[in-house]
Design a protein around this ligand. Structure first.
Ligand code: ADP
Ligand code: ADP
Length: 224
């Protein structure tokens, strides 16, 4: 699905977190939002997700203006830095939850959960609680939960920031593989330049709520 932002703006009292952003993301692309802390990356992602309301501007998924839709009504999966798994549920219950909310039958839920677990290589943890898993394993579960209902858009907010260097690279490659396999339009928020360069089709460099560059990693000019 294509994503288009038109004059997207978010103000908090004095602060303009997102400042008249105009952007188009092609179907199937992985775009990194890159920039220093406080430049508006998370706010942009939250507005696209429907978790926050824009002050001004519009968001389109393909031709549809999604401004009036609640987060649950948008066709997205989301992954957070802190995994945000339900601690009292097993891995399979966590993964089945979005399907349950949408009224999928148990038999179909089991099929889908198995398929997503296989893709993220977490089949052996299905009966465990998240607290028994390592950070890397938990993030695999969170990714599997995010894609289980076949959303058209995947949003990741600093998904690797809590992991050590080795796992960051492992999960980064894993996310890219899954993303390509599904052909899912993806926005990946990071403050890590190397991460953005290695994973993305395009990088959106942000500064104080505005776009300072939008180009492929090859064409990107970075300050030394
Ligand atoms: P980033 O994700 O790039 O670190 P954010 O989108 O979190 O940046 O924040 C952008 C700006 O908006 C910052 O100046 C931040 O302090 C401000 N901001 C974010 N959320 C709120 C909020 N709920 N209330 C007030 N200011 C906020
Ligand atoms: P419940 O009886 O409340 O559905 P279960 O623990 O049996 O509780 O299952 C929790 C969720 O996990 C179910 O909603 C189901 O969709 C999914 N599930 C159950 N069994 C499996 C399985 N063998 N493999 C994958 N997913 C499963």
């Amino acid at each position: 699905m294509r994503i288009r932002l038109e004059n997207l703006t978010k103000r908090y009292q004095e602060v303009t977190a997102v400042d008249h952003l105009n952007l188009e993301i092609e179907d199937g692309d992985l775009v990194c939002l890159l920039g220093p802390s406080g430049c508006g990356k998370s706010t942009t992602l939250s507005i696209i997700a429907g978790l926050e309301q824009a002050t001004e501007g519009a968001i389109y998924f393909d031709e549809e203006n999604v401004g009036g839709l609640e987060a649950e009504e948008r066709d997205i999966g989301m992954v957070f830095q802190d995994y945000a798994l339900y601690p009292h549920m097993t891995v399979q219950e966590n993964m089945a939850f979005p399907l349950k909310m949408q009224g999928w039958k148990k038999k179909d839920r089991i099929e889908k959960v198995k398929e997503a677990a296989k893709m993220l290589q977490i089949e052996e943890y299905l009966k465990r609680k998240p607290g028994k898993l390592s950070g890397g394993q938990q993030q695999r579960v969170a990714i599997a939960r995010a894609i289980v209902k076949n959303p058209k858009i995947l949003l990741l907010d600093e998904p690797l920031s809590n992991l050590d260097a080795r796992l960051r690279i492992e999960l980064r490659d894993e996310i890219r593989r899954v993303q390509k396999q599904l052909g899912i339009t993806t926005i990946f928020v990071t403050h890590d330049q190397e991460e953005a360069l290695s994973i993305s089709d395009k990088i959106l460099l942000m500064e104080k709520g505005k776009i300072s560059q939008y180009s492929s990693p090859k064409e990107m000019y970075m300050e030394p």
